[in-house]
Design a binder for this molecule. Sequence first.
Ligand code: PRP
Ligand code: ADE
Length: 176
Amino acid sequence: NKTEKLQLLRDSIISYPDFPKPGIIFRDIFGVLHNIIALKAVKDLIVEHILFLEVDLIIGIDSRGFLFGPMICLELGKPFLPIRKKGKLPGKVIQQSYDLEYGQDTFELQTEYINKNTRVLIIDDLLATGGSMAAAVELVKSTEAEVVECLVIIELTGLKGREKLDVPVHSFIQYD
Ligand code: PRP
Ligand code: ADE
């Protein structure tokens, strides 16, 4: 059931103090991919959650959003589109800069596969300060598409990333 799946997920995320910088507790999502039962559980949790949202397109954030987006797309029969760090995507792209919990960067999105009628779900592994997700939302909104929801597996609630976002946000595991 859902409670057991959430517990399995929580147990498979390993926390590393002072990585990659002193004071940061790194929540390592790759533990979930190493434990195949936890991976199946997280896939089920995400698919069950998204089923009711009438999503046309799943957009994953570079790079850990790429781990979960395509496997959900296969289940839902919907396409995947990446938001990538700058300079990696060919064709017509739009850009948005953002601040990270530890750094700064620019995202890009290809505009040819998305239009004003597209209902988009944005997926990533983790919400920290919300800088990445807010930039992703801005990119999608500038195509006039609708952001139905931002979905993350882990939310670092103490950083209040959710407050940067004016669209629905869902997380499965929370850390202060
Ligand atoms: C991490 C994480 C999120 C983002 C969250 O990615 O996967 O995308 O940081 O932080 P924020 O809410 O403060 O913006 P990172 O930029 O480290 O890149 P990676 O996925 O390539 O490791
Ligand atoms: N991305 C930003 N902050 C992070 C954290 N504390 N753990 C894992 N990934 C992160």
